[in-house]
Design a binder for this molecule. Structure first.
Ligand SMILES: *[C@@H]1O[C@H](CO)[C@@H](O)[C@H](O)[C@H]1NC(C)=O
Ligand SMILES: *[C@@H]1O[C@H](CO)[C@@H](O)[C@H](O)[C@H]1NC(C)=O
Ligand SMILES: *[C@@H]1O[C@H](CO)[C@@H](O)[C@H](O)[C@H]1NC(C)=O
Ligand SMILES: *[C@@H]1O[C@H](CO)[C@@H](O)[C@H](O)[C@H]1NC(C)=O
Ligand SMILES: *[C@@H]1O[C@H](CO)[C@@H](O)[C@H](O)[C@H]1NC(C)=O
Ligand SMILES: *[C@@H]1O[C@H](CO)[C@@H](O)[C@H](O)[C@H]1NC(C)=O
Length: 603
């Protein structure tokens, strides 16, 4: 009897010690057979990439001798040596430096998930042989440090959104390397090792050049030889075309110039008004959130640790200037006393929205990082006032670039620049479509004035803004104010899908090709008809594609007419009345990249 009692007691104390285990863990470097700092690192990962599976599975000790009861983990002598979580719907970004304490990894594999943000820092991982991070949403550059991974054998980074140049990998053990389907740029380094891999390791990065892609790297640009545009008539085309061009020149361009003149005038008057408003903007921005707002203490929330934090008072003290006034928001350029410049958007019409819904959406959107998206850096929410704070992009928008200052003194926007802008827009929009699958229409307000331009010398980078608001709007009627309000399915009262964005993208594409303002009525030839941009283009093109539709500023780039034709066809598919006939955004991007790649092959 006593023996049984003793045994029971022993068993009990064993149980208690097991339950106490996790509490004591932190104090002891190795317990049982594992290292607590490694466990902590894995838990950081578990908690930042939403995955219900991991939560129920990753409990208890990760390693027991050479075994692991945690899915995706392999251990050796108590250390975690392999981390393999492929295709299990991980969403989120990797916690910064979480791998710092998992230094004995030989394999890191997170293929086919939805992980975004920068690639992990792998400086300490001298044993790492396999790095498989393909098919995710990683952005930013490939860290230069990766070329110092001494044991690296295989590296798969394809199908992400990586930017920048490929570092000069030259580890002799490297037998597999794939960076295809990204947004990498520049020459492929001429190291022995990198030159060993086939073309398919590098394809679908429109900015990459050099061998093995067999694509010459551009020599520094020479000044454009394109003469200042006069409405020319293509000499190659037939009599019919010349005839048509003449009719168009007379019957379209002339009234068009009048319309342009008028629009220009209106714009100027409007500008003056906005300029006047700008003076009062300071006043306008300040008082309303200040006055007795019960939630006034709610601070601004920040998404990016690299941006210096400021508070609402700083914002209210900032000098502000109206830079955009849309149907559902007003945007200010705010210069804080610290010198930081941000764009502040005051949104109307979201008052029906619960605080929770708004904050949830902002958190979702605030996590997005992509070089072709204007980044949300903070927001403010109260009953009366909702502010969304974006990074400020300095050089205006595509609408202004295309349509303003037409006439003498204007610097024409050449074809290469137009193509690069359209590719940026497609890339940014496609990223949204991948990242916001839960949104019926991920962008929903895609139009040329929401394509912001950042110019560095001759290079134009563009970023789309005003994205992701569709779920925030209370009713279909208020959605009519977004760009999708112009899609055929909207006016027919049909349900909206991501194809509504594709439609809006198609309209921007047409705008870039024709230089015309969508929504303006166009009458053409000698017919007594008016049509919208896509109808008009369709009609002209159906007769046999001709240069008549082209913006005069790009007409002279004859060598590019073939590309323009392809893009016109793409634009017409995108603006098809039937949403299901329009291509997906990923397909659109692929085709634009193909056109661009072929262009640089030919150059
Ligand atoms: C975790 O999942 C693996 C299989 O994926 C299984 O073998 C293991 O027992 C699970 N561990 C726990 C603690 O549920
Ligand atoms: C674990 O496996 C390694 C080889 O992978 C071996 O050297 C080591 O002795 C094993 N340790 C235990 C405790 O079994
Ligand atoms: C990616 O993972 C999903 C499940 O998450 C799976 O259905 C799909 O086949 C995987 N794709 C690839 C290319 O492995
Ligand atoms: C790694 O472990 C050390 C303790 O050894 C700890 O101070 C540090 O915060 C850990 N790093 C991370 C990123 O968790
Ligand atoms: C990566 O981590 C190391 C320390 O582990 C640090 O010195 C280095 O600056 C980090 N690199 C980057 C790009 O953050
Ligand atoms: C690289 O990845 C792409 C996309 O997954 C694939 O089509 C291609 O065959 C791969 N190339 C090599 C050499 O692995």
């Amino acid at each position: 009897m006593a023996a049984v009692n003793l045994a029971l007691k022993l068993l009990l104390s064993l149980f208690t010690s097991i339950t106490l285990w996790s509490g004591v863990l932190a104090l002891i470097p190795i317990i049982g057979d594992y290292y607590p700092i490694e466990r902590d690192a894995l838990l950081q990962l578990r908690d930042s990439v939403d995955s219900p599976n991991l939560h129920s599975n990753w409990t208890g000790p990760p390693c027991m001798n050479n075994q692991s009861r945690w899915g995706g983990i392999a251990c050796s002598d108590g250390h975690v040596v392999r981390l393999v979580l492929d295709g299990i719907h991980l969403t989120g970004s990797l916690p910064p430096a979480f791998l710092q304490n998992l230094t004995l990894l030989t394999k890191l594999s997170l293929r086919n998930n939805s992980i975004f943000g920068p690639l992990p820092n792998l400086t300490k991982h001298v044993q790492l042989e396999h790095v498989f991070l393909s098919h995710n949403l990683f952005t930013g550059p490939i860290p230069f440090d990766y070329i110092q991974l001494p044991s690296l054998k295989k590296m798969e980074l394809q199908q992400n959104y990586l930017q920048g140049e490929i570092p000069p990998f030259n580890q002799q053990n490297l037998v597999a390397f794939n960076v295809s389907y990204n947004s990498l740029q520049g020459p492929i380094p001429q190291t022995d090792v990198l030159q060993r891999f086939p073309k398919s390791s590098y394809q679908h990065n429109s900015g990459l050049c050099g061998n093995p892609l067999k694509k010459r790297c551009p020599v520094p640009p020479t000044p454009s030889i394109c003469p200042t545009p006069t409405p020319p008539i293509s000499s190659k085309k037939s009599f019919e075309l010349r005839n048509l061009a003449f009719i168009v020149a007379v019957s379209v361009l002339v009234p068009f110039l009048v319309i342009f003149g008028f629009l220009w005038y209106c714009k100027r008057v409007h500008r003056k008004e906005t300029a006047k408003n700008a003076g009062s903007a300071e006043k306008k921005m300040s008082p309303s959130p200040r006055a007795e707002d019960p939630e006034r203490t709610a601070e601004l929330e920040f998404f990016d640790k690299n941006i210096p934090v400021f508070d609402l008072d700083d914002l209210l003290r900032a000098s502000a200037e109206v830079v955009g006034k849309g149907k559902f928001s007003t945007t200010y350029k705010a210069t804080l006393e610290s010198g930081l410049v941000v764009a502040v958007k005051r949104v109307k019409d979201m008052n029906g929205l619960s605080k929770k819904e708004f904050i949830q959406q902002m958190h979702l959107l605030g996590k997005l990082r992509h070089e072709n998206l204007a980044q949300i850096i903070s927001f403010y929410n109260s009953k009366e006032e909702k502010l969304i704070i974006y990074e400020f992009i300095p050089n205006g928008n595509l609408f202004e670039l295309l349509h303003e200052n037409r006439g003498s003194g204007r610097v024409p926007l050449n074809w290469a620049t137009r193509l690069s802008i359209i590719k940026d827009v497609a890339t940014g929009t496609n990223f949204l479509h991948q990242y916001l699958p839960s949104h019926k229409v991920p962008h929903a307000n895609l139009k040329s004035s929401n394509v912001l331009i950042h110019r560095q010398n001759q290079n134009y980078r563009s970023k789309v803004t005003d994205y992701g608001y569709y779920p925030l709007l209370p009713s279909r009627r208020s959605s009519a104010r977004l760009a999708i309000g112009r899609s055929p399915e909207f006016s027919q009262g049909k349900k909206l899908t991501h194809k509504a964005d594709v439609y809006c993208f198609g309209v921007i594409l047409l705008e870039i090709i024709t230089g015309r303002i969508p929504g303006d009525e166009i009458s053409w030839a000698n017919e007594e008809r008016v049509a919208d941009l896509s109808e008009w283009v369709k009609a002209v093109v159906n007769d046999d594609w001709s240069t008549d539709i082209l913006d005069v500023e790009i007409l002279c780039a004859r060598e590019a007419h073939d590309e323009m034709l392809k893009l016109t066809n793409l634009a017409l598919e995108c603006t098809d009345v039937a949403p299901e006939k329009r291509p997906k955004m990923s397909e659109v991007l692929r085709r634009i990249e193909e056109i661009e790649e072929r262009k640089s092959d030919n150059d």
